[in-house]
Design a protein around this ligand. Structure first.
Ligand code: MSP
Length: 660
């Protein structure tokens, strides 16, 4: 019986704004699935949509539709995207599936019955976009969320709590005993140092301030916290509570692939919950990096979002998949750049692979009527070619063990380039001139066709469409499996080859960038028009919102009068004793002295700040940052590239002067 392999991507928030960053994880998971299947594993791959929560309720309200209508529309478009990307998932679990909701209720009841959940009152700073509560000490300056940097609001409500605090030591021990549980290592250190070492608080696991969620079975004023609901999808997708046989077959998961910003939920909350449910823990959580655009975070309001659809339309799905898996190192952040994308297509896909396939097939057609000849007489270059051919799969295996897609592809491309070199070394066009060299020429042609067979297996998990085209053009029959990539001589002589189209045409970079920009604009317009059809309220396009009021509500002069802004002299600057990224600025404002905690360490040195006069919002309610009270907020400006400058006054004024 084949060994099972269970892998998951995150359960996505429904959004009609999924960009190439979102596709990164799904493309990687699809690649792992195909790779494992070629090795004979019985793979189950879960993805899905995380459809409950305040954020969704608010978005639906904005459009004047019910949350269910909203998610139904959006989820269709997510599924369409995965189809376009040829993502071979086995379960698309929707957190609004009635069966999932029922299972979540049962799971919640079980935790309650076991005494893992209790009722209390909660007060904390809530970040709606992240669906996360934070304590004051965890917040950034201005009461902003430490994960996404956006503003939080104080929320007080009756809540049920999960006894997360009792799992801190157990988790630390688990990490120690299972050094490969969290990858890359840096993410594990982050969890240990930033959360576990400080001790865990119990976790509020219900909300009563909104309705769009799974009702708590024993108290229907409350809905289950979306993260509990979403993480449970990994269980319910394979039959937890409905199909014990399937569940027992696939659980525990072999790997949860997740983006770096949600690693905390997967490596702290999730394993603690599983421990509480007496379920085995997943083998591995892999926290991949983020894809940025020109080193900046992609966002609709910055207008720098790279969508997958225009890329697929212009260059094909394999071009996108290849680029994502080859260009970036999975564990680290990477930056998308249009030139880099086009250049990579030209060099690796058009020049290296595309050329090899078309040259090899064209030569078999030209010199042997399109039939793969038999290899009878060796050339001096064969041995090296064959060695590289049969040893590449193993190198790919080593890289794939740690999800190093980029390294795996580089190994495959070393072989592709070796084949091109083999053509240059053996010069078939010269061999063809002399009948005496016929046997040698036959060998060269056979070796090239056989190399294409091996390449078609090696690239299959990464660029499946291209793999199929290559296999079709050399007419290889039968099941494809990974083992055959390490064997030489399997291709039967006498097969007729045929290549219909050029695999990857060469691109003119500047022209293509223009085309891609135009397609992207088109897509955004089309999406807005489609949304306007089903929305029951007019849609305000992001850019229009920005132009009107810079994205914020209009205020009156009375509102402005509530602010007290003063000139402050920075007398000295210290490091925050408990937070690496924060400074303590000791300020003088006329007769008054105060300290402000600030996160401008990346921007200014202590020397640069000391002695400067800056502007401070002085009547902001004081807040504690990692135990130190901050009285007020520094003012400054940031450009669209993230360059920050502190605000100051035009002429030199004494400290304590009031801005009006
Ligand atoms: N709903 C939660 C996950 C719950 S899992 C039980 C969520 N959804 S999400 O839609 O916001 O994000 C889905 C995935 O996309 C996350 O892994 C996130 O890290 C990833 N990405 C979003 N933007 C990204 C990039 N720019 N680059 C790479 N991945 C990024 O979080």
């Amino acid at each position: 019986m084949s060994k099972k392999y269970y892998l998951t991507t995150p359960i996505y928030y429904p959004s009609d704004n999924l960009h190439i960053g979102h596709t990164y994880c799904t493309v990687a998971a699809d690649c792992i699935k195909r790779y494992k299947e070629l090795q004979g594993y019985d793979v189950f791959f879960t993805t899905g949509s995380d459809e409950h929560g305040q954020k969704i309720e608010e978005k639906a309200n904005e459009l004047g539709v019910s949350p269910k209508e909203y998610v139904d529309k959006i989820v269709d478009s997510i599924k369409a995207l995965w189809k376009e990307l040829d993502i071979d998932y086995d379960a698309f679990i929707r957190s609004t599936d009635p069966q999932h909701e029922k299972n979540v209720q049962e799971l919640f009841q079980k935790l309650y019955d076991k005494g893992e959940i209790y009722k209390d009152e909660y007060e904390g700073y809530y970040c709606t976009p992240c669906e996360s509560f934070w304590t004051e000490a965890q917040l950034l300056e201005g009461h902003n969320c430490p994960d996404c940097g956006r503003e939080t609001h104080l929320q007080k409500e009756e809540s049920y709590f999960f006894k997360l605090s009792k799992y801190g030591d157990k988790l630390l021990k688990y990490y120690e005993d299972h050094p490969e549980f969290i990858e890359p290592d840096s993410r594990k250190h982050e969890m240990v140092n930033n959360f576990l070492k400080e001790g865990l608080d119990d976790l509020s696991v219900t909300r009563s301030s909104f309705d769009w969620g799974v009702k708590v079975p024993f108290d229907d004023k409350h809905v289950v916290y979306v993260w509990i609901d979403a993480l449970s999808c990994y269980l319910t997708a394979i039959g937890y509570g409905t199909d014990e046989e399937q569940f027992n077959k696939y659980w525990p998961a072999d790997v949860h692939l997740v983006g770096k910003e949600i690693i905390r939920f997967h490596t702290i909350i999730w394993p603690a919950l599983l421990m509480a449910l007496d379920l085995p823990l997943p083998e591995k959580i892999f926290g991949h990096g983020w894809i940025l655009f020109d080193n900046d975070k992609m966002s609709k309001s910055k207008g720098n979002v790279v969508y997958p659809e225009p890329i697929i339309k212009l260059y094909g799905v394999d071009a996108l998949k290849y680029f994502l898996l080859r260009e970036f190192s999975f564990g680290s952040d990477g930056s998308f750049n249009k030139e880099k994308f086009m250049n990579r297509l030209n060099s690796d896909l058009a020049n290296d692979l595309g050329n090899l396939v078309s040259r090899s097939i064209a030569m078999i057609e030209k010199y042997n009527d399109g039939y793969v000849p038999e290899a009878t007489e060796k050339t001096e270059f064969d041995e090296d070619l064959i060695n590289v051919a049969v040893s590449t799969a193993q190198k790919v295996d080593i890289a794939m063990e740690h999800f190093q897609f980029s390294v795996a592809l580089e190994e495959i491309w070393k072989f592709v380039r070796r084949c091109n070199k083999y053509i240059d070394e053996t010069t078939p066009w010269i061999l063809a001139k002399d009948e005496a060299n016929k046997a040698k020429l036959d060998t060269v042609l056979y070796n090239l066709a056989e190399s294409l067979r091996i390449i078609s297996i090696l690239v299959n998990p990464f660029i499946v469409k291209t793999s199929k085209v290559i296999r079709k053009s050399i007419r290889v029959k039968g099941e494809i499996n990974w083992e055959d990539a390490s064997k030489w001589g399997l291709l039967e002589a006498g097969t007729k080859v045929k290549l219909k189209n050029v695999l990857f045409p060469r691109l003119k970079v500047d022209e293509e960038i223009e085309k891609l920009n135009a397609e992207t604009e088109e897509l955004v317009k089309k999406r807005n028009a489609e949304k306007a059809k089903w929305a029951k309220k007019p849609i305000v396009v992001e850019e229009e919102k920005k132009e009107e009021t810079s994205g914020k509500e209009e205020i009156t002069i009375d509102d402005f009068d509530k602010l007290e802004i003063k000139v402050a002299l920075v007398e000295s600057v210290e490091d925050h004793p408990k937070a690496d990224r924060l400074y303590l600025l000791n300020l003088k404002l006329g007769d008054e002295k105060r300290t402000i905690v600030s996160n401008i360490k990346d921007v200014y040195t202590k020397e640069e700040l000391t002695g400067r006069k800056i502007l401070v919002l002085t009547n902001l309610k004081p807040a504690k940052f990692r135990g130190i009270e901050s009285k007020g907020m520094l003012l400054g400006a940031e450009d669209k590239d993230g360059n920050f400058s502190l605000a100051t006054v035009y002429e030199d004024l004494p400290d304590g002067s009031v801005i009006s």
